[in-house]
Design a protein around this ligand. Sequence first.
Ligand code: UDP
Length: 326
Amino acid sequence: MTEKTILVVGGAGYIGSHTCLALANKGYLPLVYDNFSGGHEEFVKWGPAEQGDIRDRVRLREVLAKHKPVAALHFAGLIEVGQSFQEPEAFYDVNVVGSLTLLQALMEADIRSFVFSSTCATYGRPERLPLDETHPQNPINPYGRTKHIVEQALRDFDLCNRMRSVMLRYFNAAGADFEGRIGEWHTPETHAIPLAIEVALGRRPHFSIFGEDYDTRDGSCIRDYIHVNDLADAHVRAVEYLLNGGETVDINLGTGTGTTVKELISAIETVSGRPMPVVKTERRAGDPPTLVAGNGKAENVLGWKPKHDINDIIRSAWNWHSRFNG
Ligand code: UDP
């Protein structure tokens, strides 16, 4: 029997490439569609790649006709909250226009199972914790709003029987493949774990803690860090759920456990065996003190539970960054 082809849009990026590996391990053929603006050709290892942009409907048509995927996962997009305030037009163009162009091409090709990379940023400021899927969605930055707009379009496409989707709202994706084949590689890097590891490796002089006066157990911000392999596993389950006729659904992907920035630093100090030089810095604009997922729905709908904790995250990230110097 030939393998089922799954279209992985943005499959050369961080979460997309780990999902390609998980799909291949389950016997699917991941077909990467990527413009390689943020993704890396070196990360395409488990199936074919087609270069193209999500705003290019002609190219999408051509690729869909050639490979005939049975479902699509959509990871491509702009992700930096800070950049979304500097260049909101680009976020609307790539994240909204791009996603809608992709969706039109998919529906035209009669592909009606869609897994969407969404974010806990669609909730905005938490009114209560943990954040479950019933929490109101009031994004407070252009990034979160562009993702929320696509979620709403997906609801309408479902209502009109055009497309069924799983909207996966990620908390803080982190960690890497345990064999160090792929990992987190953003340019420029702004995320806490890779930055802190680069400090521990001596590639940066110090780590800046963005605020120590929050109302949390040690004054630094709490986030829910989720291992990228756990995310990848949830995506494979989401595809299978849709291929088995599952209904449109929104699902949080987090561990339900929060870690402070200072706890992250001490975990990295333990793994590296070196003290971390830190600099106390002002709060970063728009950072809520605490973001932690309610993750019961993922278990109920997809049978998914995270397998990895913060120590696995740090160890695998350390392993990747110490081999890699991108
Ligand atoms: N953070 C920090 N120093 C840095 C980068 C991030 O203290 O150099 C903090 C940030 O304020 C947040 C947490 O680390 O509380 C995670 O930030 P990251 O940018 O990794 O992810 P976000 O929560 O913004 O998606």
